[in-house]
Design a binder for this molecule. Structure first.
Ligand code: BEZ
Length: 223
């Protein structure tokens, strides 16, 4: 038997169950710029786990600066940030030091050094059609119970709207607290959506309820 046959398959070739909305986030343990971290270390709080293609690249630098800027607002909402790319801890350290020196922004969150692509593979962050060696711009919002609540993927060439993740967290936490949904382009303080009835009886009842109603399926209220 040739050694090629006996070798373990590359990490990206292993069959894995990719994250799904509403299901537990895949557990991991990883080397980061803040030491070894496990998914469990974040339990009890929310986590935004995000990947970027590579250190020392311009679009990723703008994203890191933007993530650093919203980090204090996220903290107020019990949300931590955790970055990831297929680079070494030494590269990450050099890059975050460079961002502080050149852009005057301290990166307060840890960054996973996923050189063996283990976490990237577990979370489906590598899109081989775009790049086999870089992670796409993936974002996973994981709630305080370890459940995946949102997943976002952006291509290599497009920087993400980082403020949108703050809005997304506000929307998810508002939905959890008040049992409501949020409309397109919703901002905190604006009217929310009362979930539509799922039965004929519910639809009849909704027509008598005291909401701002367009029709049986469309009711809004202020919180
Ligand atoms: C960037 O972050 O600038 C970048 C990374 C990968 C491909 C293209 C741009």
């Amino acid at each position: 038997m040739s050694t090629a046959v006996m070798d373990a398959p590359p990490a990206e070739a292993k069959a894995t169950a990719l994250p799904r909305l509403g299901s537990p986030a895949p557990p991991f343990e990883a080397d980061t710029t803040h030491g070894t971290l496990r998914l469990d270390d974040f339990k009890g709080g929310w986590l935004i786990l995000f990947s970027h293609p590579a250190d020392f690249t311009p679009v990723c630098t703008t994203e890191f600066v933007a993530f650093a800027k919203i980090a204090p607002e996220l903290k107020k909402r019990n949300v931590e940030l955790l970055g990831l790319s297929i680079d070494s801890t030494f590269s990450h350290i050099a890059w975050v030091r460079n961002i502080e020196e050149k852009f005057g922004v301290k990166i307060p969150f840890p960054v996973i050094a996923d050189l063996n692509k283990e976490v990237a593979t577990l979370y489906g962050m590598i899109m081989p059609g775009e790049s086999k060696t870089e992670t796409s711009r993936a974002v996973f919002v994981i709630d305080d119970k370890g459940i995946v609540r949102a997943m976002v993927y952006y291509p290599l060439t497009t920087g993400r709207n980082i403020e949108e993740f703050l809005r997304l967290i506000d929307a998810l936490q508002t939905s959890d607290t008040h049992g409501v949904a949020t409309p397109a382009n919703w901002r905190p303080g604006e009217k929310v959506i009362v979930p539509p009835p799922r039965t004929v009886e519910g639809a009849d009842a909704r027509m008598k309820e005291n909401y701002e109603r367009k029709d049986w399926y469309f009711s809004q209220k202020s919180l």
